[in-house]
Design a protein around this ligand. Sequence first.
Ligand SMILES: Cc1cc2nc3c(=O)[nH]c(=O)nc-3n(C[C@H](O)[C@H](O)[C@H](O)COP(=O)(O)O)c2cc1C
Length: 717
Amino acid sequence: MQPIALHKGPAAALAPAGQQAARQAAPKGRAAAPTAASRPASRGAGQRHTGRSPRLVVANTASIETQAQQAPPGPPPPETKYAATVEVAAVEKGVDVVRVACAERLPEVEFNLRRGTTTNSYLLKGAGSGYEALIDVPSLVFNVDFAGQLQSMGAVKTLRYILITRLTPERLPVLASVLRACQQQGLQLWLTNPALQLLNDRAAADENLANALKAVQVEVVSRGSELRLPGKRTLRFIPIPTPRWPDLVSIYSEEDKLLFSSNFFSAHAAPPSLAAGARNGPRSDWGWSEYGADWQYYFDCMLAPAARQAATALERLNINASLSGGKGGGLGAVLSRLADLVTELTMGADDGVAEPLAVSAIAPMHGPVVRQSLTELVRRYGEWTKQQLEAAATASVAVLYASAYGNTASLAQAISHGVTKAGVGVETLNLESAGLDELERLLDRCSGFVLGSPTLGGHMPTQVQTALGTIIRNSNAKQVTCSVFGSFGWSGEAVDMMEKRLKDAGFRFAFDPVRCKFKPTSQTLQLCEESGLDLAQEVKRAQKRKERLAAAKLSVAETASGKALALGRVLGSLCVLTAKDGDAQGAMLASWVSQASFDPPGITVAVKRDRAVESMLPVGAGFVLNVLAEGKDRPVMKRLLKPFKPAEDRFGGMEVLRSEATGAVILPEAASYLECTVSQRMEAGDHYLVYATVDSGKVLQDNAQSVVHYRKIGTSY
Ligand SMILES: Cc1cc2nc3c(=O)[nH]c(=O)nc-3n(C[C@H](O)[C@H](O)[C@H](O)COP(=O)(O)O)c2cc1C
């Protein structure tokens, strides 16, 4: 093994900008304007690094000074830490999980953290009884003393290896504190090259971190890297990068049949009690019914927009639960089909399906250790990925962005989520690392695109500027719908520049550019998600127009099968479902509503997958079901059927009542309303079937009849 020296060359010259960046990356922190004292040392224009990655280059360096002097932002708000608990439990013999669990709702609404979150680190014992290796450290946003925890477990004296599957700026201070606590000679840090780049950048600007790293040997892992722990285990590293997580790597322990899967197979949810997840605890596992929705939401938000990379990762992992005695078959067949699809889409796929990994448990970075639901979750990952790839094969939106500190990346993620909700594929490209060939290929096949950029030095980074030139020259890109977005600190020129250049070149915008000051709020993310939905609807409309042109028109009577006509005779009463989630609120017309239970009183509502309000209806969420009254339904229907701008108030200017429990809208002209809590959700084709218990209700118009929704055919509402 060759220890890799941490380079302190060029990055050291950028120390002031790096310090700036480090401040910004602190939890909930905001960047302060670069001041004269913190300004980067002068280098050639276009060559200056931005702080996080040496690859993201500021195009117009001269204006960093001008902008900072003209409009410095306010002081950064105080850092917030979230109350969290640390719990330790056995995963396998000689493998413990140290779980930092936070039940609070965190502001990262892109993860829908209603149920809190967990961050897992794992400790592996060596030949003796002491801990030999640590996998991952938590973020400093949690108010826990992680190094102190390791100390109390005696780990700091015995650890020889620290293995990192995902590194973020927020984890670096915790990593530094662990390294400082471990004083023993020959401590090794294993991580991927992109993670090392982040480490180098930050170490160049952060003396504490640089000092902590002095006594550490760094080993860069790649596909095929192995670490033999004295005594019993061999750990195999399997990189599984995505555009958002370029440094992601999983670790497989053959002896334990355990896969440390990093962000894959994760869920954001705080466990009611850690003991429930421990092998020898009161229950052996958390099951699909408790966490299925969280696993799926995590996949939808974080991996659906990177389905191509997710397919490659699943192929590389080729998890076979059956080899280890679990129920059901492995993923072999699904993955082979996936591999074919990926090959078609990428024109040059990965180097084939890997040997199956026998896995009896998955130890992810967030959420429960997966054991009982292993076969189910792995199978679902294959299915979800395949669905996304198939959607992308029909129509896909290219999400192109660069992001130095993650804010523009969050916007990209929210837009992508909106697009995938509408059943349109997303292909994400991080312009920081992507080649121009890859960009060209993506532009040639996309049915729409969005371009995101931060403003750095009064400009967009060079990579975005170059990509913009490529986009403007691409003949397919010109035909499709698009928009732009980006985060900024005080002047925000990048989004204006992208908008102007694309509009001047005749590009059609599907939604208004999204400009976001520093870190997006939940409202901005809702705006992004709904903008993504709008763009996807536009893509679908264009697709339909194409299909209509290609095929001869058939009348409803000709196309309608007896089945569809018969289905059209099924009746439901017309309702308006309303929900509120923090500042965000949503509403939809619902006619596929039915009573489903007497005791407790319960109803089902079918919610189309691409409804904006769908994301406000996770298990446990409250909503109001307004049953419309005959003769008073028209104005409400008219209002709800007209197109809305993303995040626009559906009931603006109307007199409405509010539910005391949830704040959701109650329509005074409704015949009656019910206040409900989502109890279960089921995938039902292109809808979700939401089962909710009725908490309370009221008849508002004594003599009113409910509106019954008559249809001609079962293929539309
Ligand atoms: C070196 C540097 C230069 C910046 N220059 C500008 C600027 O000229 N105008 C501006 O509005 N914001 C500027 N910012 C603030 C960033 O645009 C802001 O932090 C944004 O949230 C970054 O987005 P990202 O997280 O996607 O990288 C600058 C930040 C840094 C660190």
